[in-house]
Design a protein around this ligand. Structure first.
Ligand code: MG
Length: 277
């Protein structure tokens, strides 16, 4: 089978989402991953119509939760995903509702940042495995895959976690820049380690922090950071990854659209070299 690797764009469904959708359409990007809007704004028929009119397929719906903060690495640990104990049950319920929303949109993959997965010897590890299993089972009942975004833990922990959750529909959305931003390991080595589970990727770039793991690296436009994209795509080829290449640029406004546009050109050049397209 010839892999197509369609381009994609990550679209946060905030007040600028229609601008991003228009940009994707103008750039001939045929797929998108979306960050689920707040519950009161999940207008399924409107969203379906807008994406359909733009001729863009939604491939993944990402979960986001109120109270999450990416201010610094310790704050992420305390606030992101299904790991923080005080909000775990409520967020699990919310994540299930997001999977239901994805189902209504006709999307077969739901994704999330689990949060910082504890080391397997830590006390809370098995409880986090259980919560991921429950969410994966819910997604399975909807005919969906559940994708875990990479970055907050080292590849070996994520691999063990996936094997311990042991659900056939549990997979990875691989974001090489996150590995750099969080200082959680070399992204290419991680991809080579996790390749068989990769069902989605983010094309995002970043520079290492001076003290990786203690402070944030810096997210930068595609091609300007420390992700070795030639190696990244070669590893995707080895892993027989055939899914979308979804551009993610985590800024807002006009600069975001400009960077996405340049990112499309950058990826087109690399695709020709790696995939001989
Ligand atoms: Mg990402």
């Amino acid at each position: 089978m010839r892999c197509k690797h369609p381009l994609g764009l990550f679209i946060a469904m905030d007040q600028e989402w229609t601008t991003r959708l228009k940009a994707a359409q103008d750039l001939n990007i045929p797929t998108a991953q979306i960050l689920a809007p707040q519950e009161s704004e999940r207008d399924v028929s409107l969203i379906k119509k807008m994406f359909s009119d733009a001729d863009i397929d939604i491939t993944v719906v990402f979960c986001g939760f109120e109270g999450e903060s990416y201010a610094d690495i310790p704050t992420v640990k305390k606030s992101v995903g299904l790991v923080p104990k005080d909000v775990r049950a409520e967020r699990l319920a919310q994540a299930k509702r997001i999977a239901d929303f994805a189902q209504e949109l006709g999307v077969s993959q739901t994704a999330l940042h689990m949060g910082f997965i504890p080391e397997p010897h830590e006390q809370d590890y098995h409880a986090v495995v259980a919560v991921a299993k429950e969410l994966a089972e819910h997604c399975q009942s909807l005919g969906q895959d559940l994708l875990l975004e990479t970055g907050q833990e080292k590849a070996r922990i994520l691999l063990q976690f996936i094997e311990d959750v042991n659900m056939p529909n549990l997979a990875i959305n691989f974001d090489p820049a996150n590995m750099i931003l969080y200082g959680s390991g070399d992204p290419i080595k991680a991809l080579n380690h996790l390749g068989k589970y990769v069902q989605g990727v983010h094309c995002k770039d970043a520079k290492w922090a001076e003290h990786p793991g203690e402070e944030w690296g810096e997210e930068v436009p595609l091609g300007q950071g420390d992700v070795k994209f030639m190696d990244f795509f070669t590893s995707l080829l080895t892993a027989r990854y055939c899914g979308p290449l979804t551009i993610e640029r985590e800024i807002v406004g006009e600069q975001q659209i400009r960077d996405i546009s340049r990112g499309v050109e950058y990826l087109a050049t690399l695709r020709q070299r790696v995939w001989k397209e």
